[in-house]
Design a protein around this ligand. Sequence first.
Ligand code: B1M
Length: 210
Amino acid sequence: MSDFDQLADYVFKGNAAAVKDLTQKMVDAGNNPMEIISNGLLLGMDIVTPKFKAGEMYVPEVMMAAKALNEGMTIVKPLIADADIAVSKTIIIGTVSGDLHDIGKNLVVMILESGGFNVVDLGVDVSPEKFVAAIKEHNAKIVGLSALLTTTMMNMKLTIEALKEAGLRDDVKVLVGGAPVSQSFADDIGADGYCADAMAAKEMATAYLN
Ligand code: B1M
């Protein structure tokens, strides 16, 4: 097995210590950091994605794989020239006003980062105004809204309205997710995409930004 395949396998198995050691070894051996990401670290996540979708892997295993991948990313990220990280790949994400749930949102952040996106995580209980300010500050083209409570879902709609008022709506794709959210709810509030899970978020963000 090549080092790249071995690295992908360690990511898939969520073996963070082994990912860290092998990534460092590959860097020391002179491998291109972008190739380590594309042909090793992200390849591991590509094994995870279909298995998660097929119900062959569960959330804790996906989180372990994402954590392992991030161990490798922390080693190679500083070695990549700024030009290689597209500014247009910035995504703003947060849990909407009044909602403190963040486990799912954090998983989405990890998966998006593993997909090479620059994710600005605003945390929980994020007001529409704070989303608007962050989108402006980072010139982001995608915003992700998370809600876990039926009582806070409507704050997604308020956030979309705030984007309209700020004149940003046409420039930003709004992706929504969270246990009580559905495709029909997303359609009703005028979101651009409904993400049933973190993998869907990554796929949708990739489709919009690539
Ligand atoms: Co809360 N809680 N909780 N809770 N909690 C729920 C949501 C609830 C369904 C439990 C229940 O009663 N059966 C219920 C909501 C009922 C309703 O609204 N109809 C509930 C309630 C009532 C409450 C409190 C009001 C309880 C109280 O205090 N009386 C309170 C509210 C606090 C607040 O937010 N203001 C509360 C508090 C808490 C804890 C603090 C104890 C804890 C949160 C800890 C934390 O997040 N740091 C908690 C938890 C853990 C849950 C449950 C058990 C689990 C949620 C979770 O983490 N799931 C939950 C029950 C449930 O959902 N079955 C429940 C795992 C996670 C990986 O899945 O979040 O769905 P999920 O994320 C997925 C997708 O939805 C999607 O991708 C993720 C990964 O695949 N996704 C996105 C999510 N966000 C996305 C954003 C995107 C894209 C995809 O953007 C692009």
